[in-house]
Structures are given as structure tokens and as C-alpha cells.
Design a protein around this ligand. Sequence first.
Ligand code: 0RQ
Length: 501
Amino acid sequence: MSRIASDTYRSKVMSAEEAAKLIKNGDRVGFSGFTGSGYPKVLPEALAAEIKAAHDRGDEFQIASYTGASTAPEHDGALAAVDGISMRMPYQSDPVMRNKINAGTSEYYDVHLSHSGPQVRQGFWGDLDVAVVEVAAINADGTAIPSSSVGNNNVYLETAKKIILEVNAWQSIDLEGMHDIYSMKLPGENVAIPINAAGDRIGSKYYDIDWSRVAAVIETDAEDRNSPFKPLDQESKTIAENLLDFLGNEVKQGRMPKNLLPMQSGVGNIANAVLVGLNEGPFEQLTSYTEVIQDGMVDMIDSGKLLVASATAFSLSPEAAARMNDNAKKYREHIVLRPQEVSNNPEVIRRLGVVSCNGMIEADIYGNVNSTHIMGSRMQNGIGGSGDFTRNAYISCFVSPSLAKNGDISAIVPMVSHHDHTEHDVQVIITEQGLADLRGLSPKQRAKVIIENCAHPDYREALLEYVARAAKVANGAHTPHDLATSHEWHRRFLETGSMKG
Ligand code: 0RQ
């Protein structure tokens, strides 16, 4: 049965190849898509073919590509492979896209996810030419049922001159009712966002679309890119246990209720291990105010441990995605998918007292965190929502193994090679070695607990040597650094392949 209940919308159905011709060189395009879910499945490859043909003819053809967050090989990957993206924002993780950014072929604006949509609405990016948005269905009245991510779709649909919709029949029709579409306004017109608990609903179930701007409707039934999680290793389990012990102690000290506070959990295997740990742990009646729903959260809904989760997208394994599609009717009682300007909104995060937990590349002895750059210059993924949550959380945590690249890299370094989260925002650092609670500590006190509790023993002595040297040569005793050697480990890695001396 067709997912397009409106005759007017049906009259705009065309192939992806035809729709792709509506996008021109230099266009600014706002795509749906967030952590591999809800991105357009067929338009980007058709557009990539148009771009390649233009380049083969010697014509210029590149677009600025804005999304919610990361997409998939058939989206970012396909467009990047033909050098079709002049500017990308706000978050990506596709290997081809990443290589183009690091080769300098594509520019990249790495911005907090909560800022990305509002910046488009406010006109920082000029006019948005086209919105390409996946939906699960179009209703008879022309409203649309969102699919497995919301991201910045509300902003792109409101502001684009032209709209292309992909109606995806693979997405469960029972997602209807899971979404809560609420848009912010321009500065001066905004009011307090009325969310007082993670599960509060304040908007509409549907996108309200201006038909006069709809240029094409494409039908597809292609699956989301759902990547399996790695089986949990001992290291991830230990990191999760360290965090759970810490949370247990916070409850004991009376600083958190028994059912904790709304949890935010980043992407990746360690974040998922934390969720598995929570599912097996002693806490009940949990809530989550986060940006992605991972497998661990679906399991916690099944076990009854998690009452409600607010997010903007799924980031599921193929197995969990199938479970979601088969049981969306049940899950929509427990999950709210919102625009990322709301799921990641600093005001709401601060009000709810969220406990944040994100991965990192490295932290330094004073508690500054690098989430984005390898050895100072090479972009990995982007800051994503980690800054939105870290800066505004009740308790902000970062998790990472203490070593990378078979021990040739220490995740605890004298000075981070790039700054994303400053010492003022980072409260707890956790590795498989242990946990450093930095609250209330001066920089020198922080260095002691980070080195003792989080650094790998292979690097502890060298870190202590650095601290001693810095104390002698620094121009002040508050945050002592030896600027001549603060990045020596990174330089050594680039020269020799190991940070070890
Ligand atoms: O390299 O891919 O060559 O093997 O970095 O590391 O261990 O797979 O870690 O998947 O947990 O990601 C920070 C990137 C961690 C992620 C980051 C190398 C390592 C590997 C990836 P390879 P792992 P994870 C909500 C919150 C920012 C966005 C965010 C991230 C690769 O968590 O993107 O938090 N965070 N969003 O070998 C050099 C080090 C290294 C290192 C690891 N110290 N030096 N290389 N690596 N540590 C979600 C969203 O916002 C959408």
C-alpha cells in the first residue's frame, strides 16, 4: 500500500534521477539524517551521478551539505567520493567524507549540534536552497510522519526554497506518535521550552509542510545504515563498572535520587557498554534525555528499567532496528524523538540535571578534553552533541580506554593537542584504570588524581616527570606547563609511531 495518502503529493512522485536534476551547482542543501538513521537513501547517489557527469564534462558542481549528524556511505560517502561537497556541517563519521576533509578537498564547520539548526534559521548560512528529507509516510492532509531521526529536519523544511521528500516504506508506520516536533524561533521571539521531565511532549506528531515548496516526492524502501556493536570486551565492562560505582556513591551521598537523573549517553561501543551495565545494575525507573537511542536503551525498555527516553534519532544494530520496526507501537510509549535543537538544548539539559557520558580521544592532566582531532590536526568525527551536554550537565563524564593503537598512544597526555571541552566543563574522567572525580579540585590536585586513577601504568611515570618539570619551569604555579615539551609526546608519535620515549 502506498505511504502517500495525499493526491497532491502523489502528483509530485518522480524518480531519484529526475529529482536530483532539481539541485544545482552551489546550492545549499539541508538533508535529513542522524547517526545512520533517517537519511535520504536514493537521492544522494543520484545527485552524486549528476555531479560526476558534470565534472566529466569539465563543469563545476559542488553543494554545501548540512545534515542532522552523520549519515551513511550511500549519502555522505557517495557525495564525498565525487568531490561533490564544498562545505559540510555539523557532524560526520563517514571514512570517505573524513578523508576529503583531511585532504582539504571539502571544508567542514564542526559546530555544536544544538546550534546548527538555529544558525540556518537565523540566516548565518544564507538562503537554504533545498531540503531533502526522509519521512515514513505522508498523510491525507499533507502532514508527514517523521522517520527514524528528526535532527534538523524541522528547520530545513521550514526554511528551504524547495523541498524533496523521500517516503521510505522500510520505516515502521507505527513510528507515528513517537515524535514531538517543536521548533524554536528567532532570538527575541523564543520562550522557555516547556520541558520539565524527559518524557514531556510539547509539539506535534507530524511535520507540517508547505506544499507550495514541495518540488519532488521519491518512494523507496531502503534500510537505515545500522551497524552492529562490537561484543563487549573486558575493558568496556570495567569502564562501565567504574561509572556505575560512582553513580551508586552519588546516590549514597544524597546527591542524586535512587533512580538517578536523566542519563545522556554518547555514540560508540563504550557508551553502549555503560547502558548494558545500567541494565544489569541496581538502578530502577531510569529516564534518559539524550540524542541517540542505542541498543542498550531498547534492552532497558524491554527489561522495564528505563521508563522513558528522549532523543533525536536511533543508532541501532540491525537486530535492534528489526526489533524496533516490529514493535514500534510498544516503544513509542517510552521514546520521544525531537528536533536536535530541543533534544540537545542547553536550557533543558541544565533544568533536568542530566548526567552526561561521552567518549573522548584524549584528556590532559588538568582535565581538558579533545573529542575530535587526532594528533592536533586530523579530524575524526566532530564535536557532535558532546559540548551541548557536557557544558550543561549536572555531572559531565568522559570515558575512554587509557591506551590507543596497541599502547603506542596514551589517552592521558600532558596537554591536549586540540581543545573541545575545557577543564571548567569536565567533571569526571573514567578509563579502565579507574575514575577521577575532578569536582572541587584545583588544576594541580586534578593532575594527581587523573594520573593516579586514569593513566595507564606504562605512562604514569612519564606524566609525573612532566608534572615535576613543569613545576620547575612554569611561569605560574596554578596550572604549570612546560611549553617546550607539552606536546612532545604527540610529536614523537608522528615521528616514530609511538608516544613512548
Ligand atoms: O582509530 O578508527 O583508526 O581504529 O580513534 O576510537 O576507540 O573506536 O572510539 O568509537 O568510542 O569514538 C571520541 C571519536 C571515540 C567519539 C570518539 C582512535 C582509535 C580509532 C576511534 P581507528 P574508538 P569510539 C553524541 C556525543 C565526539 C562526538 C560525541 C566521538 C578512533 O566518541 O566522535 O561525543 N566523539 N558525540 O584508535 C589517537 C588517541 C586516540 C585515537 C582513540 N588518544 N589518539 N587516536 N583513537 N584515541 C553523539 C553525536 O553527537 C552524534
